[in-house]
Ligand binder design. Structure first.
Ligand code: ADP
Ligand code: MG
Length: 371
């Protein structure tokens, strides 16, 4: 959980701070008729630096696991303005002319640095490439391809699983190169934010780093799970997902575009919530890894919404419910490891969205998975 500081606007208009970290992963919400404490793997409050979030969230371990061949995903979830983009990228979106101070760089840039350092120190011959997509109204756009935006089709094949046709994947070898790809992509996302109202808070952005060992790249084994062999596939991925704002879009007076948007977002988020594998509270299960709130086990793909139901009744894997979950099917259902960062505002005005984010995160946290 990451709680951002009150913004200047919030302070100026006298919003009260209703969220407090109690230490040891506990977070307390207190307001007139609400008084609740939630427990998580880690809580970062307003004073936490970007570095503290990187080191304390298990992000470094996630990068290492991706290098070992796992499909790793980090999600930033929360209402618009709660700090998702700040957590992932830092305040770079705000200043185009001046680069952000290194201390403010987000999880993405820190992960890139870690990845490149590790790659050098391991002396392994790794090929790194990046793709950057956006899902808006259930349409997939390539944020790296030049020219006017056009929707790309999502396909499925036996060897590749779900993939985006004609998606650009750009090789990189240096920090400068990957940071420049990130900037280009987020710039493209922002450009449409001006054209289309509230675009960036209504779209999901997925930056995926593909890590291929050159030696074995001729024989990728995407479907190979942990059960199949002791050694995971040597093609790892590290995917950063900046989710659309989780707030309810008011349906009042919404017609056409807005209601389509609302439906698409809700479908994605619901499907996402439903597609994590579950093993509620099984004491015989493998130990929860400190890396993720979900446990570092390849999800079997049961439904979070079916948590309460007896095991025998959980059968349907709703990956097909949205483009987002289809794209992330391997991360969520193959040899996937997931870190979710739920972002919240401390302001009294955001109370109901904050509670809803905390409830969602609590449900997600209870999910553990089996190979
Ligand atoms: P989101 O992506 O969830 O819509 P942003 O990341 O754009 O939200 O954050 C909203 C505002 O709050 C931005 O002005 C951002 O700079 C600021 N902000 C968010 N998190 C922090 C933080 N941890 N420290 C300082 N400012 C923050
Ligand atoms: Mg954002």
């Amino acid at each position: 959980i990451r709680v951002r500081p009150l913004t200047c606007t919030e302070t100026r208009r006298g919003d009260r701070q209703v969220v407090h970290s109690l230490g040891d992963g506990a977070v307390h919400v207190s307001a007139a008729r609400h008084d609740a404490t939630f427990g998580f793997s880690a809580v970062f409050d307003a004073g936490a630096s970007q570095e503290a979030v990187f080191e304390g969230s298990g992000m470094r371990q996630l990068v290492e696991l991706a290098m070992d061949g796992f499909s790793c995903t980090v999600f930033a979830f929360g209402q618009t303005g709660s700090g998702k983009t700040y957590t992932l990228m830092g305040p770079l979106a705000q200043s185009e002319t001046r680069p952000a101070s290194p201390a403010l760089l987000g999880l993405m840039q820190r992960s890139f640095t870690c990845l490149l350092e590790q790659s050098r120190s391991r002396g392994s011959d790794l090929a790194l490439s990046a793709s950057y997509l956006e899902i808006y109204n259930e349409q997939i756009r390539d944020l790296l391809s030049p020219g006017p935006p056009c929707a790309l089709p999502l396909r499925w094949s036996k060897t590749r699983g779900f993939y985006v046709e004609n998606q650009l994947s750009v090789e990189f070898e240096s920090l400068e190169a990957i940071v420049s790809l990130l900037l280009q992509g987020s710039q493209r996302r922002r450009t449409s934010a001006h054209a289309l109202n509230r675009h960036s808070s209504r779209s999901h952005a997925l930056l995926t780093i593909h890590i291929r060992s050159r030696a074995v790249s001729a024989h990728p084994a995407p479907g190979e799970g942990w059960g199949a062999s002791a050694c995971p596939s040597r093609q790892g991925t590290l995917c950063f997902v900046d989710l659309a704002g989780s707030e309810r879009v008011k349906e009042t007076g919404s017609s056409g575009e807005l209601s389509v948007e609302a439906n698409s977002i809700n479908r994605s988020l619901l499907a996402l919530g439903e597609s994590w594998g579950t093993r509620p509270g099984s004491p015989a299960g493998p130990q929860q890894s400190p890396v993720t709130p979900f446990g570092a086990h390849p999800p079997a793909g049961h439904c979070i919404s079916l948590l309460a139901k007896p095991r025998g009744k959980r059968t349907h894997i709703p990956f097909r419910d949205s483009k987002l979950t289809r794209l992330l099917a391997r991360s969520l259902g193959g040899s996937g490891i997931t870190l979710m960062v739920a972002c919240i505002s401390p302001s009294s005005r955001c109370l109901s969205e904050t509670l809803s984010t905390l409830h969602y995160a609590s449900r997600a946290r209870r999910v553990t998975t089996r190979p």
